[in-house]
Design a protein around this ligand. Structure first.
Ligand code: AMP
Ligand code: GLY
Length: 423
């Protein structure tokens, strides 16, 4: 089988490695992929959101299956375009991907169907937003409606900060048209949990839970990033929380989407906050999370391709989705200075025995040598019977990965260890 994976980060690298465990998979193409996955995929420089050229490439190579991993192409209708040409795909169609593509859509959906989330107001006019914010209590949260590279949610601590945020989103168009409409949302408190779930639109099978570490520096200090590390499972996601999420959030969400004529088939990502009033939705993503995928998929025992195919066939109730009863930890190694400015082009060395546990994101091959080429460069994943063992294994390998300006947090999993009572 020839499989095409759209995307080029650590998440896609993890997806490809898992897909390759299926012996039917012979060739994998990645668009654009990156130099760090050259041993598992043929990478071609077509951008992940260049739908027209993705379809052209799929036709040219006569691929048997396409996995569309990132949000941009999903929201733009990449799956619809591929299906129109007869390709089998993993990922939701555009009318369902809107659950991530528009915060206003997802907030209105949750309100209409009684799914727990933060209270909110929608604004299309900056003046009106400012009048409302003058009467708000702080902190409060301002979100751009559309996709904004994960930077579209801002927690503001004062009216002054709120004014600046409204100005940059709505008037200065920091995120382009994504910020022309905004959501102002109640600030919630509690630990966060990420849950990825396979769904065919009727059946939903959650994967092992995980915890992201979004801030750049230890002790959750510094700027927000695309994610500096993850652990799985998340100790805050207890059996009873899981049950409550299934009843009040997961099933109601896929049923709501079906009722709206927007059957969601693919991976639905629930960003949850466990508040004192129970679990609430912070956000939905229409795809696998990054770097959540790098800890979740290594624990998957069942065949990924079979599960993916079942999400479109509507047969997810008949396939097994099982996870190892183990823990995993992913440490992201970034270029020092990320998420602001950083230097690129330094050679990366990874010992051969560590390589199978590394998922590469921001790197490219130059004259046969792998060099850093982005903010988040790679993720190193350790597994263990306990969380502590997983963390120690991940760090022991991380210490063996080198490039000149490598930077990583030293405390990935620390909070989870404390919460889980392991330490
Ligand atoms: P989002 O882009 O919606 O995932 O938000 C990014 C991050 O902002 C989340 O992971 C939370 O840490 C934080 N956040 C978003 N919405 C809220 C909220 N209503 N209350 C508190 N924190 C929030
Ligand atoms: N880790 C969160 C995301 O993928 O958006």
């Amino acid at each position: 089988m020839k499989i095409l994976v759209v995307g080029g980060g650590g998440r896609e690298h993890a997806i490809i490695c898992k897909l390759r465990e299926n012996k039917e998979v012979e060739t994998v193409y990645a668009l654009p992929g990156n130099g760090g996955m050259a041993d598992v995929a043929i990478c071609e420089p077509i951008a992940a959101d260049d739908v027209e050229n993705i379809v052209r490439f799929a036709k040219e190579k006569q691929v048997d299956y396409v996995v569309v991993a990132p949000d941009d192409p999903l929201v733009k209708g990449c799956v619809d375009a591929l299906e129109a040409e007869g390709f089998n795909c993993f990922g939701p169609r555009a009318n369902a991907a809107i659950i991530e593509g528009s915060k206003i859509f997802s907030k209105n959906l949750m309100k209409k169907y009684g799914i727990p989330t933060a209270a909110y107001e929608v604004f299309t006019d900056a003046e009106e937003a400012l009048l409302y914010l003058e009467k708000s209590s702080y902190p409060t949260v301002i979100k751009a409606d559309g996709l904004a590279l994960g930077k579209g949610a801002v927690i503001v601590n004062s009216l002054e900060e709120a004014r600046e945020t409204v100005k940059s989103m709505m008037l200065d168009k920091q995120f382009g048209e994504s910020g022309s409409r905004i959501v102002v949302e109640e600030f919630m408190e509690g630990p966060e949990v990420s849950v990825l779930a396979f769904t065919d639109g009727k059946t939903i099978k959650p994967m092992v839970s995980s915890m992201d570490h979004k801030r750049a520096h230890d002790n959750d200090e510094g700027l927000n990033t695309g994610g500096m590390g993850t652990v799985a499972p998340n100790p805050y996601y207890t059996e009873s929380v899981a049950q409550e999420c299934m009843e009040k959030i997961f099933l109601p969400t896929i049923r709501a989407m079906e009722k709206e004529g927007r059957l969601f088939q693919g991976c639905l990502f629930f960003g949850l906050m466990i508040t004192k009033d129970g679990p609430k939705v912070i956000e939905y993503n229409c795809r696998f999370g990054d770097p959540e995928t790098q800890v979740v998929l290594p624990l998957l025992k069942s065949d990924l391709l079979t599960i993916m195919q079942a999400t479109k066939a509507g047969t997810l109730d008949q396939v097994e989705v099982e996870f190892e009863d183990k823990n995993a930890c992913c440490v992201i190694v970034a270029s020092d200075g990320y998420p602001l400015s950083y230097e690129k082009g330094y050679e990366i060395t990874i010992p051969d025995e560590v390589k199978p546990n590394v998922y590469v994101a921001g790197a490219k091959l130059v004259n046969g040598k792998l060099v850093n080429n982005g903010g988040r460069v790679l993720g190193v994943v350790g597994k263990g019977d306990t969380l502590k063992e997983a963390i120690d294994t991940a760090y022991a390998m991380t210490h063996q990965v080198h490039f000149r300006n490598a930077y990583y947090r030293r405390d990935i999993g620390k909070r989870a260890l404390q919460a889980g009572g392991e330490n």
